[in-house]
Structure formats: structure tokens, C-alpha cells
Design a binder for this molecule. Structure first.
Ligand code: ZN
Length: 149
């Protein structure tokens, strides 16, 4: 998606933004909820091209940014976040590989990252990690957890 499609000095309705980028209007509403600023007191809701560009550019930059040591990517915050203290678990699978899970300290959402056991000290940078081995079937029997979309 090219943020530059929006003209800087034009204003766009939700439908126009959806058409411009070839998306569903619900996606545009999700952007609004995620922080895309609408023009004040305008009904129906409209967005400035300048704001659209800045918002999409920031998201694109954010997607490229690798996680810093001690941080995991939170799909709700859409950014690398510090895990809540004591929430970090490494589920060891085969050959030292596994999944690092934690809760986002900012929003409480689940975060995860594929990792190898050997890389944990580098990734978590001194953060205590509880290591769980095997028994993936137990996890699968648990009720569905809240996973951010
Ligand atoms: Zn979060």
C-alpha cells in the first residue's frame, strides 16, 4: 500500500479512503480507532490527506522496525512492547526451537515470538523467562484464549 496515494491537501470520506487504497471501509474505521485523526466536528467523518499519509507512513515504518532486546511484538499495539513482569514463558519444542509468549505491559494482550532457546538471553536481555517443555496437547485443550486480531 502506497501512503502517497492520498493528496496532501484533499479531504477524504471513509468511502473515498477505502476506494483510494482498495480496502473495506471497516479497515478505514479501524485506522481511526488506531489513531488516524479525523477532521474535527465533521459529519460524516472525513480525513485529511496529509494525516492519512503520515498515519500510513508511520505504520509502514513500524512494521519494519525489528523488536529491541527485551521487547516482543504486540499485535494490538502494533509495536514492540515490554512484556509484563513475570509473564514471559518460553515453550520449548524440538531441537531447541520454540515460542516465546508474554503479556503486553501496555495493553495486556498476548504477544509471541518464535525463538530458539539459545537466543533467549539475547532476546530477553535479562528478563526472567519461565521455560516450559513439551506437552503441546495440554495447551490445545485449554479454552480459546483472547487473541488480538
Ligand atoms: Zn499491546
Amino acid at each position: 500500500m502506497n501512503p502517497g496515494l492520498a493528496k496532501l491537501n484533499r479531504s477524504y470520506t471513509v468511502d473515498e479512503v477505502a476506494t483510494l487504497y482498495g480496502l473495506h471501509r471497516n479497515t478505514v474505521r479501524a485506522w481511526f480507532k488506531a489513531g488516524l485523526p479525523a477532521i474535527d466536528d465533521h459529519r460524516p467523518m472525513m480525513f485529511q490527506g496529509r494525516a492519512l499519509r503520515a498515519f500510513l507512513q508511520a505504520r509502514r515504518d513500524g512494521a519494519k522496525r525489528p523488536c529491541q532486546p527485551g521487547a516482543l511484538y504486540c499485535c494490538k499495539c502494533r509495536a514492540p512492547r515490554e512484556p509484563a513482569s513475570g509473564s514471559v514463558v518460553f515453550e520449548a519444542r524440538i531441537a531447541g526451537a520454540g515460542t516465546l509468549r508474554a503479556l503486553c505491559a501496555t495493553c495486556g494482550c498476548r504477544m509471541f515470538r518464535r525463538a530458539s532457546e539459545a537466543s533467549l538471553p539475547d532476546i530477553m536481555f535479562g528478563t526472567p523467562v519461565r521455560i516450559v517443555r513439551g506437552a503441546p496437547h495440554i495447551e490445545e485443550r485449554q479454552p480459546p484464549s483472547v487473541i488480538c486480531a
